[in-house]
Design a protein. Sequence first.
Lengths: 465, 356
Amino acid sequence: MYLSTRSLAAAGRREASEAETIAPAPVPSALGRNVLYLGLTSMFTDVSSEMITSVLPLYLTLVFGFGPFEFGVFDGAFQGLAALAAIAAAIGADRGRRHKLMAGVGYVISAVCTAGLIVVRGAWLATVGMLYLTRLGKGIRTAPRDAIISMSVGPHRLGRAFGVHRAFDTVGAVAGPVLGYLLLARDPTGYGTIFAVGFFVAVIGVAVLVVFVEPVGRSDDEPRPVHATRAGRRRLVEAVRAGRAQVGIVWSHRGFRAVVLAGASLAVVRPVDSLLYLAFQRDTESGLSVAQFPLVFSIASVMFLVFAVPLGLLADRIGKLRVYVIGELAVAGALAVVASGARGTVALMATLALVGLSYAATDGVLVALASATLPERWRTTGLAVLAAVIAAGRFLASAGFGALWERYGDDTAALVYLIGTLVAAAIGFVLIRREDRGSPGDDPDERMPGPVGRRTGPTSQLEAA
Amino acid sequence: VNEAERSGRVGPLRLVVFGIVCALCLAGAVVVIVRGDPTTTTTVTGEGTGGGTTVPVGALAAGPHAVFVDTRLGDGYGRVALSDLRAGPDGPVALTDLRCERVDMAGDRGICLSAERGAVTRYHLSVFDRNFNVLSTRDLPGLPSRTRVSPDGSRGAMTTFVGGDSYLNPGQFATRTELLDLHGGSSFGDLESFRVMRDGQPYDRVDFNFWGVTFSPTDPNRFYATLGTEGKQFLVEGDLAGHTVTVLRDGVECPSLSPDGSRIAFKKRVAAGAGRIEWRLSVLDLATLADHPLAETRSVDDQAAWLDDGTVLYGRPQSDSGTPTKDTFAVPADGSGTPRVLRTGAFSLAPELARG
């Protein structure tokens, strides 16, 4: 679970949807249902993909014999790919046409590759390839789907539309691992069953999209230009060139650099969550059983939801920077539990609570801090840079954690990363704080757009627009 | 794109297609859940009677008897059964109330690895006494694979698959093997927590898997087992008191110690062409570590047992037609003779109490 990058993608699509509001809104009464149907599509797809994701650590380590290092490399890239694909799609998506087709292609790729996991069973390299393709499908579908949502409702209802959509998403993220648990409990080695069920559930999601979602925008009736592909290629080249220039521009903002460095310093000492969970599963005395393992992901999602609102309120009172530090300390706390060697139920629940707390405290805050340092037109690019840096950092962190684990054990690896996290927290605090002081005059908390639905948040901005 | 669709109504044809797709997906999901993993084919269903004569447990428990899992299709399927081997392969059988996937019994203790099938399948290990009364039960971390009780009944071992379900592909399964104190009720811990020595040096790899424990008939602290690592299958000798195991040689799986403690029957991995793997029953001499094949020429995936110092026992499917029924075969330990059916429908046969 990459909640912090999930929120980066969400912020990215908020930027995208602000741009979309310029497009002529089609009949909202007929298209409002699109939000509901797309929500259902996302829910079915997430039940499928989160179920698969929650059994992956077991599948790869137990069936293919991945060690902690190999798994860390795999999962670091897997999670990072999802984050990068989503943000790249948010920026680079062709916003004008064929949203439904593009979204459909993304959903279909994921569904087909889920079935492909059964076909390539036994071959680890092909399995890894299939898994990466499911993530690519996710990257392809996210931006066009968000475009359909934003074009299906009036501008004043955008915030609510995305809120409804995210609720469906969350149901999928919690229900998927529970389904994985039920299937594994029935048959602890029945991964084929899980992949097959995942495929069928995903197909239902695709069917909802194909049958019920109305195409929007100027899409299909408009004749395609004759040299569409060549024009497209030229546009792509221009976009890449422009993108490079944009990255240079956002990087020249000192404040933005500070936030990115702060994010990077934490990311390079933050291994993927699955590695921490595996430490509990691998313990033979008091550890998790195979069947229980997927539930860990559901619990972590629920923990995040539980903490998100209180921490949002707390941020309003004591400031986002302090809440961010709480989040970093929560990461340190989770690592401390793993380092202590305790693997019982209490230790597991403490770890999950701390992981959930850390995401709730840091999720969105880094985005908000980064956004605040950049002019509005550069924000999407800036967030993409931030997402890329965090994805790369966590990839390195995961590979390093796995390598230390293989050599010195999981508790030692956690201890090393615990120290690293405390150092990173200090670095991040100093960097961001100096930046806040460097721009006197207004309260930094006031000018930052908050993560979701707060006084100064993007939702209220959109509603005011 | 017609007007009805523009206004958000979905045409009846599309609704029908949607209904069919959903129905097919639901049906597909139900089928794979009910029938189990589509990539394996181990569904067990059976009708009919086990055949043969059934007698009360007490009638057989007093004399020499073998204990096994009855796999004849019928009421007895999956239940622990007793039989006097002197009455022949189809002699009378006594059925207990225990249902096990694997069983072993020696001295005054038995171990039953069982599956509680249902919406949620659970696996258990039960320790039982001479009268088949369950003394204690605990959850297993995975699929039952092997279990052994030491000849004096004081020690037990169990192996479960926590990943994968077959020893066929190295690197594609994971096992847990734990040693138990059957009289005291405590555990000696997972074999992966033992110190491993190879050529006098400590030996440690992340992909260690242990399986197939056998206990010494004379020294309750000594045992042998398989250590799988780096694509090899080592025979290891273990010391319970010292919490160590020592690598003896390569190419030995599922060892089984002879009653005199001098030889080990095991399954030897052989390439069967086309990348397939089979196992041949072999016996090795512990003094020289040299081995010779037995007369059974078919593949055997079982932990062997010894009827006496000259006879090795093992389980094999009754036919290759895919029925779940297995027979226990006997073959001379010196490599001569031919295999014969010792007991029809018997799997996981424990011969300790049959020696009389």
